[in-house]
Design a binder for this molecule. Structure first.
Ligand code: BYC
Length: 334
């Protein structure tokens, strides 16, 4: 695989001082809501931030296939199995569009995957939690895809053209996934007492990790100031978390479920749902590699990469043969 990067290659060295006139033109373009495209001049810090965020996002989609893949062979009906299979395939597709978007910034997909496998690149904390019951598949769709949509709809207006365009299709698919997850929860909540208890247990385990998906609080966030200035992010981590809570709490109450937060309370004046303190020590532990499933997720990803060597070799051999055949046909025609 080759890089499609049209800009400079990542040298690992900090950026040299950049031309203030170029920087001013760049920021004016962003302020005017124009898109930055791969061949446009951009500050090195903007390029690096995008590579970091887009590749983390791609890795999250790929690692995110594992908790759900765990239930493919155990889905309770053929209909559920087909829908889950389609969702997991969609996630693979999202990973691929996102790797392609990040490649336009100068790093090849192979390099990004190598960073993931070496433990140098992050992926979303949420995928380090186990899916213990079928209700977890409902909770993941409802809460994890729900949180993803809340975070990602604004990314459709991100200043970097290839990322913004990839996000449009991704958001449409995520929105379908969210409804599918909620429908699983609704079915369980309207079922037997044991099914409802399974749905409650899934909500109790997934609620707090879903809130952590939005990242650290605004005062702890390292990158928000830059990414907001560059219009990569449009809303802060805390604002998006609050929007998600406000949208999701009434949905949970409609299901007849209880959120695992005694401090959750509607503030009548503002209309917002106030919530308890997030356990940031757990978030930090998961990011440091010590969540319930971090080691398993990386081991499975590493094995899948090894198992795929022959597929990559076969694809390259096929491409080579096609190119040779096309070259021979061209000579014959001359
Ligand atoms: N997990 O300065 P901050 C999905 C890191 S996939 C792990 O606020 P930023 C889906 C952060 O990277 C969901 N790490 O960062 C797939 C940074 O570390 P580095 C993924 C996290 O970038 C399948 C440090 O903490 N979605 O939707 O301004 C099925 C400081 O944070 C997390 C995306 O990737 C976390 N939760 O904001 C279903 C969306 N939070 O890089 C669904 C795009 C923070 O300095 N990404 N960190 O080592 C974003 O919007 C932003 O990158 C974040 C973080 C909101 C995640």
């Amino acid at each position: 695989m080759y890089t499609q990067g049209l800009n400079v290659k990542d040298t690992g060295h900090p950026a040299a001082a950049e031309d203030p006139a170029k920087l001013a033109r760049f920021q004016a373009k962003i302020d005017a809501e124009d898109k930055i495209e791969p061949n446009d001049w951009m500050p090195e810090a903007y390029r690096r931030t995008l590579v970091r965020q887009i590749s983390q996002h791609a890795h999250s989609e790929i690692i995110g296939m594992q908790p759900e893949g765990n239930w493919l062979a155990r889905a309770p009906s053929l209909r559920r199995k087909v829908a889950l299979l389609a969702k997991v395939q969609d996630e693979a597709g999202h990973g691929l569009y996102l790797y392609a978007a990040a490649e336009t910034l100068g790093l090849s997909r192979e390099e990004m995957v190598a960073q993931l496998l070496a433990g140098k690149a992050k992926y979303s904390s949420i995928f380090n939690y186990p899916t213990l019951s079928w209700a977890d598949i409902g909770a993941v769709g409802w809460l994890v895809d729900g949180a993803a949509i809340m975070n990602q709809i604004p990314l459709c207006r991100c200043s970097y053209g290839p990322y913004a365009r990839a996000m449009i299709r991704i958001c449409k698919e995520e929105s379908f996934h969210q409804r599918q997850g909620y429908e699983i929860m609704l079915t369980l909540c309207r079922g037997s007492a044991a099914q409802k208890a399974m749905a409650q247990d899934a909500l109790s385990r997934w609620w707090w990790p879903s809130l952590m998906m939005f990242g650290p609080s605004d005062k702890e966030s390292l990158h928000s100031a830059d990414t907001m200035k560059w219009k990569i992010k449009r809303f802060s981590n805390d604002d998006l978390r609050q929007k998600f809570i406000d949208a999701t709490v009434p949905q949970g109450h409609y299901l007849g479920l209880t959120f695992p937060d005694p401090d959750l309370k509607r503030d009548e004046a503002s209309g917002h749902w106030r919530f308890g303190e997030i356990d940031w020590s757990e978030f930090k532990r998961v990011l440091a590699g010590d969540g319930p499933c971090n080691r398993q997720r990386m081991a499975v990803r590493g094995q899948a990469h090894e198992d795929g060597v022959w597929v990559r070799e076969a694809a390259l051999a096929h491409a080579r043969k096609r190119a040779e055949r096309a070259a021979a046909a061209k000579i014959a025609a001359e």
